[in-house]
Design a protein around this ligand. Structure first.
Ligand code: MF3
Ligand code: CO
Length: 249
């Protein structure tokens, strides 16, 4: 495993692409409401990214057909935007990547649309806290699995489960770089975090069982038990003193 360390100027490039990513994600999140089709949200992202003279990181990646992944209710990740219309009570995960001047940014959030089900609120808040706990674990000298462990323990403390088949990742000049960042595992294992590493940390948390399947479209990942799932993601840099959240709004 070769984990690329970013120089000061490469980190500056990452800040720019990640800032763009954050802006697109927050605008799309603000546009989510009942009656909107997921394909319209993807069009909004495409337009914003084009206006920035940037490129959507996901479009064309291994043949992926859209700029965003929009995953509703039992969809975990990689939902393909299209005709599906957002309904009251939906839990909607939004994931977008922006490539600009040689660097990728990658960020995801989950929004609840008129959700009143306390279990769904517990799921989304647990996933948000899992990402927050993961960020708190990032600092030079920590081990990679300290991040993974923080995610798993935080999700499980709220009675939720973490997806094992998909993981976070290094990010930079490539959308996916070493290392993989699992959302589970014992603490104190794996490579030591060093200043200059850039990671996309992305807890995928299920309300019920952890098992998932992939639909016939070859992309959409759904929970096997049909219960809802949530997803939050930030691109971060390991810096002296801890973590810099590059995709923070
Ligand atoms: N945030 C996801 C990831 O980093 C989104 C990738 S979608 C893909 O894997 F289409 F680009 F694969
Ligand atoms: Co990612």
């Amino acid at each position: 495993m070769k984990i690329p360390l970013k120089s000061a100027s490469e980190l500056e490039g990452m800040r720019v692409s990640c800032r763009m990513t954050a802006e697109v994600l927050s605008c799309v999140a603000a546009a989510v409401q009942p009656g909107v089709a997921t394909g319209e949200l993807d069009e909004l992202a495409k337009k914003m990214i084009a206006d920035m003279r940037a490129r959507p990181s996901f479009l064309g990646y291994r043949g992926y057909p859209a700029a965003m992944c929009i995953s509703v209710n039992d969809e975990v990740i990689h939902g393909i935007p299209g005709q599906r219309v957002i309904m009251p009570g939906d839990v909607v995960s939004l994931d977008v990547g922006v490539f600009y001047n040689g660097f990728h940014g990658d960020s995801a959030t989950t929004v609840m649309v008129g959700v009143t089900d306390p279990d769904v609120i517990r799921l989304v808040e647990a996933t948000r806290r899992a990402l927050s706990a993961a960020l708190d674990a990032v600092r030079p000298g920590a081990r990679l699995s300290d991040v993974s462990h923080a995610i798993e323990t935080t999700a499980k403390a709220s009675g939720c489960s973490v997806v094992r088949e998909f993981v976070g990742h290094g990010i930079g000049r490539e959308l996916h770089e070493d290392p993989q960042v699992p959302n589970f595992g014992a603490a104190g294992r794996g490579p030591m975090l060093r200043s200059g590493m850039t990671l996309a940390i992305e807890p995928m948390v299920n309300l019920g069982r952890p098992e998932v399947s992939v639909l016939d479209d070859k992309w959409t990942v759904v929970t096997r038990d049909g219960l809802p799932s949530a997803h939050f993601e930030h691109t971060v840099a390991v810096v002296e003193g801890g973590v810099e959240v590059l995709s923070a709004v």
